[in-house]
Design a protein around this ligand. Structure first.
Ligand SMILES: NC(=O)C1=CN([C@@H]2O[C@H](COP(=O)(O)OP(=O)(O)OC[C@H]3O[C@@H](n4cnc5c(N)ncnc54)[C@H](O)[C@@H]3O)[C@@H](O)[C@H]2O)C=CC1
Ligand SMILES: O=C([O-])CC(=O)C(=O)O
Length: 330
């Protein structure tokens, strides 16, 4: 193992997603079984002791690929030399908090983190924002990092993608491994649009295999879009292991590429494709290769899909206006 270790910074390292994520990064699932990693954990001061406990457990796993763990409450330290940054720590919505308050509180986190990434991360930095509202938090961090190519800031909709795969698999009785070309469009929120019109199930068009528009509109789409709330209701806590798994999938696919004939969903800065206003961080169908991604072009969007994509993009536009109004974009 002669490769230089990859520096992976994880924020919110002492939280529940952090706990599910760090062991998988250290065991090689994020970047590959032959890629050594150094972990940089960022927490707020109150979270440092718990992060130290997690670091002790990481030590106790004796992972051959793990070449060091640093813990800090200073973003300038935690992002120093970072090649991959997973921004998980965020301010959760609490009782009585308005959406504007939530956006402002998260601005206080993602703006300084974006600046620290701008000033200290490695030139090849790749950023995944998991902390909600993920798309708009990614936009805030990106705006604070003008020297970093803007396409390096992405938001996680892979959990939605995986949820959609699983629901479609159950409905059609087909293994997830035989389902391809599913798309999540828009925001990681209840307005997201999981699209099966271009998906294939064992090589056949998924919408035709399902043949049930009512199931699509009244069951599949709301089940996927509201799955986060359903997990909170059932578990008494929000998705953690599945969110960590999706973060691993997102970065692994970004770095290692999509399979031939398939694509994935990522929240990425829009180039104006499919009528999504330029610059919004919105989920698209993307292929990846050699650490870069491209939006899948030329898909026909029917009226059913158009209406739903537009509704989610409208919400993203409103979130962008709200954070712009708070002075978080410049
Ligand atoms: N995009 C997606 O699909 C999903 C996103 N999420 C979001 O991920 C976020 C994290 O979820 P959990 O781990 O369950 O939350 P958690 O509350 O268990 O952990 C969050 C951690 O972040 C830390 N933190 C807060 N501010 C920080 C800062 N400025 N710098 C560094 N660390 C900071 C906290 O001390 C805490 O340890 C939430 O915003 C949640 O809504 C969760 C599931 C899926
Ligand atoms: O709603 C939340 O806080 C968790 C979340 O994003 C999800 O499970 O999709």
């Amino acid at each position: 193992m002669t490769r230089t270790p990859v520096n992976v910074t994880v924020t919110g390292a002492a939280g529940q997603i952090g706990y599910a994520l760090l062991f998988r990064i250290a065991s090689g699932h994020l970047l590959g079984a032959d890629v050594p990693v150094k972990l940089r954990l960022l927490e707020i001061p109150q979270g440092l002791k718990a992060a130290e406990g997690t670091a002790m457990e990481l030590d106790d796993c004796a992972f051959p690929l793990l070449q060091g763990i640093d813990i800090s409450d200073d973003p300038n330290v935690a992002f120093d030399g970072a090649n991959v940054a997973l921004l998980v720590g965020a301010r959760p919505r609490t009782k009585g908090m308005e959406r504007g308050d939530l956006l402002e509180a998260n601005g206080g986190i993602f703006k300084p983190q974006g600046k620290a990434i701008n000033d200290h991360a490695a030139d090849d930095i790749k950023v995944l924002v998991v902390g909600n509202p993920a798309n708009t938090n990614a936009l805030i961090a990106q705006a604070a990092a003008p020297d970093v190519p803007r396409e390096r800031f992405t938001a996680m909709t892979r959990l939605d993608h995986n949820r959609a795969l699983s629901q479609l698999s159950k409905k059609t009785g087909t293994p997830v491994s035989e389902i391809q070309k599913l798309t999540i469009w828009g925001n990681h929120s209840a307005t997201q649009y999981p699209d099966i019109f271009h998906a294939t199930v064992a090589g056949k068009n998924a919408a035709e295999v399902v043949g049930d528009q009512k199931w699509l509109a009244e069951d599949f789409i709301p089940t996927v879009a509201k799955r986060g709330a359903a997990i909170i209701e059932a578990r008494g806590a929000s998705s953690a292991a599945s969110a960590a798994n999706a973060a691993i999938d997102h970065v692994h696919t970004w770095v290692n590429g999509t399979a031939a004939g398939d694509w994935t969903s990522m929240g990425i800065p829009s180039d104006g494709s499919y009528g999504v206003p330029e610059g919004l961080i919105s989920s698209f169908p993307v292929t990846t290769k050699d650490g870069t991604y491209e939006i899948v072009q030329g898909l026909e969007i029917n009226d059913f899909s158009r209406e739903r994509i537009d509704a989610s993009v409208k919400e993203l536009t409103e979130e962008r206006e709200a954070v712009r109004g708070l002075g978080l974009l410049g």
